[in-house]
Design a protein around this ligand. Structure first.
Ligand code: NAD
Length: 427
């Protein structure tokens, strides 16, 4: 009987979860995450050491965005972060919510504050359930630079000069000079910081080996000549450190025994053709943004993709990891919920993020106290719990009791799905 066994599990001693940063957002994903915390996580873990930061628009507005600065500095200190989706308010939302201003996306502050290296995005798979890709697809998106950090102006006719002034005091020089002859031009200046590309390469190739997939490096370097350095650094790290292991594992058979480069427009086509999966791609920031959205569509739903920002502490010693779902706050379902209608939110991406953050918090704790028996037990328990929860979730999907993005109109509602998984978990 589910109720008595739920009571049993609630009565047992909870494991004290190690510190982690919990960033809450709003709308449907906030509602659903609170519900699954209550039914799936809190019966098993004492979460009082989690530091909570509310990044809803109202909280950012009330604190003049101090809450974002606090969340970033807590993330730096603790190293393991879970984030619910948040709203980046549009001009209309500024008016509707009565905000002081249109607070920007928190992503930039986080990527800078945590020395972001990569945003890792992987397909989630459920054995026995057919999604878009048969086997895993891994993605590494460079977390900084490119168009996102661009400076730009709308200008008229004239000359545009981009001058580089070296910080070592050597002579400045002109990077680019161009005459603007149109009456209306937009000029854009950006750069790609490449110091952390070696780090990105190590993260990418290690993950590809672990999951036994073939790595590809994606750029548009044939035309965008400045992107050559991304490829050459990746290739150097690969040949120096990883090539032999990949050859031994037979993972370069499909790419001619070498690390292969793909031009980004060709990559968009291969993503549609290679539905067997079993590959990984690493790309610049903007290409990564586009290509991972394409993967999410092919793989059925953004609910089946993970998203994980990897950065490094200022002293370089610790990996900071922030885990989130790849989708937004799911406004349309929130409006249905507010109107009293049934909803069906797929929480897989959210819960994978939560488990990822909890596991990283456990890893960090174990690294700081490797010989402490209680910490070892906590680590093993968390690992085991993640496997059990995944099993309960996947079985629920396998038995056709999944959410409607997967099972169609007969699928479970948000609340019923969470209750069903809780029943399996606590049996
Ligand atoms: P969205 O990802 O919330 O939704 C897009 C579509 O996909 C909707 O039809 C939605 O119902 C569906 N969908 C997404 N995830 C789903 C899931 N898990 N289960 C079932 N259906 C799902 O994107 P949007 O509607 O463009 O944006 C809504 C809000 O989210 C905006 O305010 C935006 O600023 C914010 N946003 C936040 C993040 C983030 O915090 N990382 C990312 C994107 C958008």
């Amino acid at each position: 009987a589910s109720s008595s066994s739920t009571n049993n599990s609630a009565a047992k001693t909870k494991i004290k979860a190690p510190p982690m940063v919990y960033i809450s957002g709003e709308e449907m994903t906030h509602y659903a995450t609170q519900l699954l915390l209550q039914h799936w996580i809190e019966p098993h873990f004492d979460t009082t050491s989690w530091e909570k930061y509310d990044l809803s628009c109202k909280s950012r507005d009330d604190t003049n965005d101090q809450v974002l600065a606090d969340a970033v500095s807590a993330g730096k200190r603790i190293g393991a972060i879970f984030k619910e989706p948040t709203i980046t308010p549009s001009a209309i939302q500024v008016q509707e919510m009565g905000l002081k201003k249109a607070w920007g996306s928190p992503n930039g502050a986080m990527r800078r504050g945590w020395n972001g290296i990569t945003i890792s995005r992987d397909t989630i798979h459920i054995e026995g359930v057919e999604l878009g890709y048969k086997n895993r697809v891994l993605f590494e998106r460079h977390a900084v630079g490119g168009e996102y950090g661009a400076g730009w102006k709308d200008v008229g006719e004239g000359t545009l000069l981009t001058t580089y002034i070296p910080s070592d005091g050597s002579a400045p020089f002109v990077v680019d000079k161009r005459d603007l002859t149109d009456k209306h031009n937009v000029c854009v200046v950006y750069h790609n910081p490449y110091d952390n590309i070696r780090d990105l390469a190590h993260i990418f190739f290690t993950r590809c080996l672990e999951h036994k997939v073939t790595p590809y490096i994606v750029t548009k370097k044939t035309v965008f000549k400045w992107q050559e350095g991304f490829w050459t650094t990746m290739k150097k790290v690969f040949d120096e450190t990883y090539k032999d292991d990949f050859l031994k594992a037979g993972l370069l058979d499909r790419s001619g025994g070498e690390l292969m480069h793909l031009i980004s427009d060709a990559a968009t086509m291969q993503l549609v053709r290679w539905t067997d999966g079993g590959f990984g791609m690493a790309a610049h920031n903007y290409d990564g943004d586009m290509l991972t959205d394409e993967i999410a569509q092919i793989h059925r739903s953004p609910g089946f993709i993970t998203s994980n920002l990897v950065g490094r502490s200022d002293d370089g010693k610790t990996l900071i990891k922030e885990f989130e779902a790849s989708h937004g706050t799911v406004t349309d379902l929130w409006n249905d919920h507010l109107a009293g209608k049934e909803t069906s939110l797929n929480p897989l991406g959210l819960v994978e993020a939560l488990l990822g953050a909890m596991m990283h918090a456990a890893d960090l704790k174990l690294a700081s106290k490797p010989n402490d028996k209680a910490v070892q037990d906590m680590h093993a328990y968390t690992d085991n719990f993640a496997t059990t929860l995944r099993q309960a979730l996947h079985n629920t999907f396998r038995y056709g009791q999944g959410t409607r993005d997967m099972c169609g109109p007969t699928g479970f509602t948000t609340e019923d799905f969470i209750a069903k998984v809780a029943w399996r978990l606590n049996r």
